[in-house]
Design a protein around this ligand. Structure first.
Ligand code: NAD
Length: 313
């Protein structure tokens, strides 16, 4: 049975990916330093004898080297990151250390320990505020934050290593991932987890701007499946791939759906849009479909229902 390392395992996407890998018959070692993650996300995984968790900082090269010596990993899913764009501005050194230097560390340890593959969590943020939609991988990246620059740098580093070393790398540019376990208490968390929490508590939501801004929302189970597929497929093509639905959903459309489920919640309050907020975001999903033969399966209304069902007490 192959063993996979998941960094950022106690996070939102990490914990779902761990569950998916375990459910498909793999052994998993998960690490996290709980910067934004929570051990509760791993409740299900911790019941499996094929899962082991270690509290470890991904920037701790000695700790990671010991882990690579103790296990023969068939692949690494590298998700651990400083995930907040505003925090990447206020803490650029931490952004560099966590979002660039740690990628290099993980990649070098893979090469030195004959771990053949890394699947890396990049972001649609690398495209910046593009006028031309959908975002296609061939478009010139235009990062607007230290966070986006770090994701792009990590992609370049990993894909350059694949040319010179026995390493394969899949960099997934996630669009707006949503689903259960996304922390709604952070002001920078996914908008859907915040909206869902407010509606469930019966409190009105605040919308920045006119609500006509659109996002390409992808359900977390689709992301976990793609991560697992990229890690375990016999043959892959090292490259960067959008992980998206190619569907644009406006915040007002989300609110209309939520009002159908919770008709008594007071209408949203609209305030001035935030500086730097992207107006529209949508990705072209064809490269992923053509290379891996997979695409997002969960339609938005179904995913939203699953999110609300999971959050109900
Ligand atoms: N959620 C999205 O919509 C989205 C979109 C684009 C990219 N991403 C990327 O996907 C990955 C997972 O994001 P998420 O949404 O699950 O966020 P998350 O905050 O739930 O997960 C990140 C995890 O990394 C851990 N972590 C942070 N620094 C660490 C360190 N130094 N050592 C070990 N662990 C550390 C955190 O504690 C957390 O558990 C991140 O790389 C993020 O940048 C997410």
């Amino acid at each position: 049975m192959d063993t996979y390392l998941v960094t950022g395992a106690a996070g939102f996407i990490g914990s779902h990916s761990v569950d998916y890998l375990l459910a498909t018959g793999h052994k998993v070692i998960g690490i996290d330093n709980f910067y934004t993650g929570n051990i509760k996300n791993l409740d299900q995984a911790l019941r499996s004898s094929e899962f082991q968790f270690l509290e470890l900082d991904v920037t701790d090269e000695h700790g990671l080297a010991a882990l690579f010596s103790a296990h023969k990993f068939a692949g690494v899913l590298h998700l651990a990151a400083l995930v907040s764009v505003p925090e990447s501005f206020s803490k650029p050194a931490l952004n560099f250390k966590t979002n660039i230097a740690a990628t290099d560390t993980v990649a070098r340890l893979c090469i030195d320990n004959q771990c053949p593959r890394i699947v890396f969590a990049s972001s649609a943020a690398v495209y910046g505020n593009s006028e031309i939609l959908p975002n296609v991988e061939t478009a010139r990246p235009n990062p607007q934050s230290p966070y986006a620059a770090a994701k792009l740098s990590s992609e370049i580093l990993l894909l350059t290593y694949t040319k010179s070393y026995p390493l394969e790398a899949v960099c997934f540019r996630y669009f707006n991932v949503y689903g259960p376990r996304q922390d709604p208490n952070s002001p920078y968390s996914g908008v859907l987890s915040i909206f869902a929490k407010n509606f469930q508590e019966g409190s009105p939501v605040t919308v920045y701007g006119d609500g006509e801004q659109t996002r390409d929302f992808i359900y977390v189970q689709d992301v976990a499946r793609a991560n697992c597929n990229a890690l375990t497929a016999k043959r892959i093509s090292s490259n960067y791939y959008n992980l998206c639905t190619n569907q644009a959903i406006s915040l007002n459309q989300v609110l209309t759906l939520l009002h159908q489920y919770y008709p008594n919640v007071t209408p949203a309050q609209y305030i001035a849009s935030r500086v730097g907020d992207i107006r529209h975001s949508r990705g072209d999903a064809s490269r992923l479909q053509e290379t891996f033969g997979i695409s997002a399966q969960v339609p938005f209304d179904k995913g939203l229902k699953k999110l609300l069902a999971a959050k109900s007490p």
